[in-house]
Ligand binder design. Structure first.
Ligand code: FVH
Length: 288
């Protein structure tokens, strides 16, 4: 366990991370491109580094949370000589390949460890057990050395020694979330377009139980996918495409964009062309 940490990046998330370390008694050193953002944390006891090398030299445990991988690369490239002996935890969203490239950059410049993290939480959740942080890269043995430090931020899950693994799962989980949000937005727009009095909050009493039921069905679909057996449970694709076409027609009539619905119709058409009319919607995975 370390008693010092340097946090690079003081956006909404970096600030939440630094706050938790400070509250847990760590000597917390900060660096941010825009130094003014550090003011309130410095008032509370954090140290502010004027340069990136200074921030790296202040601690052996380095947390990075910037907007994207390019910003991380640019930032580290200005302090490569200070990476030796450092354990770098990069919590910046990115692709698996970007994580692997950053891992190589850190390790070839003498870094002790590069661990990539995917934060499955919003800033207000940081520090609670509901905040799940996925980690990968380095060895499980080395992860154990920093596990206690990282537990301050939330529930940590080490996935694999491949630095890209945490990003893969992070992006996959976000993909699920954006699919859900897209459906919610379209459904709400459709209801509001057809009912003058309808409100988004009022619609929740129908939408939430419906989606909860459908979430329960994901387990059935997952089993079908794993077994490669898409025999319908009663809702075949030939029937479902008719409903999707009706959604598209009603949306057009009401002047609601159906941009988020069109892709599933395209996939259904591909599945039908492949003779899958009697299969379940899980079969669409074969066309992704
Ligand atoms: N906030 C959230 O809900 C999500 C939750 C899940 C994880 N994400 C990821 O966390 C990364 C940072 O997100 P953030 O919310 O802190 O983002 P911002 O508040 O926009 O802060 C961005 C920071 O990045 C710095 N920055 C931007 N460009 C550069 C650059 N070229 N060189 C150095 N630093 C750069 C920016 O600095 P400044 O604008 O204050 O000077 C902020 O520190 C992100 O990957 C999320 O996907 C958050």
């Amino acid at each position: 366990m370390s008693s010092k940490v340097s946090v690079l990046g003081l956006g909404a998330m970096g600030t939440a991370l630094a706050t938790k370390f400070l509250e847990n008694g760590y000597q917390t050193t900060l660096w941010n491109r825009t130094t003014e953002k550090a003011a309130s944390l410095v008032e509370r006891g954090c140290r502010l580094s004027a340069t990136i090398p200074d921030a790296l030299q202040a601690s052996d445990l380095i947390l990075i949370c910037l907007i994207d991988a390019q910003a991380v690369k640019e930032t580290l490239s200005r302090a490569l000589q200070s990476l030796a002996g450092k354990t770098v935890i990069n919590l910046t969203n990115g692709t698996p390949d970007q994580a692997r490239q950053l891992s190589e950059l850190v390790l070839t410049h003498g870094g002790t460890e590069y661990i990539h993290g995917g934060i499955m939480a919003v800033p207000a959740m940081i520090g609670s057990s509901e905040a799940v942080l996925l980690y990968s890269g380095g060895s499980q043995e080395n992860f154990r050395r920093v596990k206690k430090d990282l537990s301050i931020l939330g529930t940590g899950k080490f996935l694999s020694e491949d630095a890209g693994s945490a990003s893969l799962y992070d992006l996959a989980l976000l993909s699920g979330m954006y699919g859900l949000f897209s459906g919610f937005l379209h459904a709400t727009a459709l209801v509001r377009s057809g009912e003058k009095e309808a409100t988004a909050t009022g619609f929740m009493s129908l939408l939430v139980p419906w989606l909860s039921g459908m979430i329960g069905y994901l387990g059935v679909m997952a089993k079908q996918i794993d077994e490669g057996n898409y025999v319908t449970q009663g809702s075949n694709i030939a029937m479902q495409i008719v409903a999707v076409e009706n959604i598209l027609e009603a949306s057009e009539t009401n002047g609601v964009s159906a941009d988020v619905i069109h892709p599933i119709k395209s996939l259904m058409k591909l599945a039908l062309a492949a003779g899958r009319e009697n299969e379940d919607i899980s079969a669409l995975i074969e066309h992704l």
